[in-house]
Design a binder for this molecule. Structure first.
Ligand SMILES: *Cc1c(COP(=O)(O)O)cnc(C)c1O
Length: 368
C-alpha cells in the first residue's frame, strides 16, 4: 500500500469553475477574485478580504501595512513554518522567539511579557496545526503594551476558539491555500481584517502600489505583484463552498486515528484544548518518545509517507548564523525531535488508517 501525506480534494465543480474562467478570457484582475473575497468575508465574518498569490505574500503585506520595519521586534513562535518569521525579516524587523506550550504547541502565553521591550511592535501568533491559540490572552497583552496582533492562521481556516472563528479578531489574519492545506487554490492566500486602512494598503501593495481607484500606471507607493489569478480564485470559490463539509471529513479521519493510536503505548496523539469549539485539522501529528527517525524510515519503507513537523525555525541554517543555538527553546526542540506527521487528507480510509496504525505500533515496539 502507498499512502501520500496529503491529497487535495478536487471535484467537478472546481473543474467547471476553472474552465468557465478559461472560456471568458479574463484571467487576472476580474470578478472571480472579487467574489472569492466576498465569500471569504461572509465565511469568516469580517469586513475585508484581500486575496494574494501565497500565504507568505499575505503575511508580508500585513507586516508592511502595520508599519513594522527596521529593528522593530515582533514576538513570535519558533515552532512554525518558516514563513511566519521570514515575513518579519523581509522588512528588517527581528523575530523574538518565545517557547511553546508543551500540550497545544502554541506560544506559551506566560512567557510573552518577559520578552517585550521598547522595540516590540507586534505579536505574530500562529494557530499551529490548526489549533487556535488563546486570542483573548494575546489581545490583553497587546492592549497593555500597545502592540499590534498578526494572526498567522494559515493552518487554521474554520477553527473556532470559544465559538469565535480564527481570523476575525486582532489587526489582521492570513489564510493559505497551498495544496496540502484544508482548502486549496493551488498556490494562494488571503488577508482578512476589519480595519479599512489596513485593507486598503494591502490591496494597493498587492498590485504594484496602485491607488485604490486602480488607475493604470499611477503608483502611490512601492508595491508588489502579489495578485491571485482568476483561475486560482475560481478554484478557491468552489473549495470554500465545501469547506465545512471537508472540515467535517477531516474531523472524522482525526477521530479514527485517535481511536487506533491512543491504544499504542509510547505514542502521544494530538491534544486539543477544551476551549477549541471547532478544530480545523491541517495535519495529524503524533509524538513518539524516542527513535523518531528510525520509526519514520520504517514507515516510509512500508509506503507510508510521513514527515518531521516542525524543524524549529531558530535551528534553520540562516537563523543559526544569526546566533541562535540548540538549547535556546527546549520545548520547541523536544517536540520538533519527537514529532511525526502521518498521512492525513479528507478521503483517507479506515483501512489505510488501520494500515498506518499497525505499522506504527510495530515500529514503536521494535525501536523503543
Ligand atoms: C502554509 C503556511 C504559510 C504560508 O505558506 P505559503 O506556502 O506561502 O502559502 C504561512 N505560515 C504557516 C504557519 C503555514 O503553515
Amino acid at each position: 500500500m502507498r499512502i501520500p501525506l496529503a491529497k487535495p480534494d478536487i471535484m467537478q465543480r472546481e473543474i467547471d469553475l476553472v474552465n468557465e474562467v478559461l472560456r471568458t478570457g479574463v484571467l487576472s484582475i476580474g470578478l472571480k477574485v472579487e467574489q472569492f473575497e466576498r465569500d471569504m468575508c461572509d465565511y469568516i465574518g469580517v469586513k475585508h478580504a484581500v486575496a494574494v498569490n501565497s500565504g507568505t505574500s499575505g503575511l508580508h503585506l500585513l507586516v508592511r501595512a502595520l508599519g513594522i520595519g527596521n529593528d522593530d521586534e515582533v514576538i513570535t513562535t519558533p515552532f512554525s513554518f518558516v514563513a511566519s518569521s521570514n515575513c518579519v525579516l523581509f522588512e528588517g524587523g527581528k523575530p523574538i522567539f518565545v517557547d511553546i506550550d508543551p500540550k497545544t504547541f502554541n506560544l506559551d502565553i506566560n512567557q510573552i511579557e518577559s520578552k517585550i521591550t521598547k522595540k516590540t511592535k507586534a505579536i505574530l501568533a500562529v494557530d499551529v496545526f490548526g489549533q487556535p491559540y488563546d486570542m483573548e490572552a494575546i489581545l490583553m497583552i497587546a492592549k497593555k503594551y500597545n502592540l499590534k496582533v498578526i494572526d498567522d492562521s494559515c493552518e487554521a481556516i474554520g477553527s473556532k476558539y470559544k465559538n469565535i472563528k480564527v481570523g476575525s479578531r486582532g489587526d489582521g489574519a492570513v489564510f493559505a491555500f497551498y495544496p496540502n492545506k484544508q482548502m486549496t487554490t493551488a498556490e494562494g492566500g488571503i488577508i482578512v481584517t476589519n480595519d479599512d486602512y489596513i485593507a486598503d494598503l494591502c490591496r494597493s501593495m498587492r498590485s504594484q502600489g496602485r491607488a485604490i481607484t486602480g488607475t493604470w500606471l499611477y503608483h502611490e507607493r512601492v508595491g508588489y505583484n502579489y495578485r491571485l489569478s482568476e483561475l486560482h480564485a475560481a478554484l478557491g470559490i468552489a473549495q470554500l463552498e465545501r469547506l465545512d463539509d471537508m472540515l467535517a471529513e477531516r474531523e472524522k479521519v482525526a477521530q479514527t486515528y485517535n481511536r487506533y493510536l491512543s491504544k499504542i503505548e509510547g505514542v502521544t496523539v494530538p491534544y486539543i484544548a477544551p476551549e477549541v469549539t471547532r478544530m480545523s485539522w491541517f495535519v495529524y501529528v503524533i509524538q513518539v518518545q524516542n527513535h523518531r527517525d528510525e520509526i519514520m524510515n520504517y514507515l516510509l519503507e512500508q509506503g507510508i509517507s510521513c514527515k518531521p513537523y516542525f524543524t524549529p525555525i531558530h535551528l534553520q541554517p540562516y537563523f543559526l548564523e544569526m546566533g541562535y543555538k540548540e538549547g535556546n527553546f527546549p520545548i520547541t526542540e523536544d517536540i520538533g525531535n519527537r514529532s511525526i506527521a502521518l498521512p492525513f487528507f479528507n478521503k483517507l480510509s479506515e483501512e489505510e488508517i488501520q494500515y498506518v496504525s499497525e505499522h506504527l505500533a510495530k515500529a514503536v515496539s521494535q525501536f523503543c
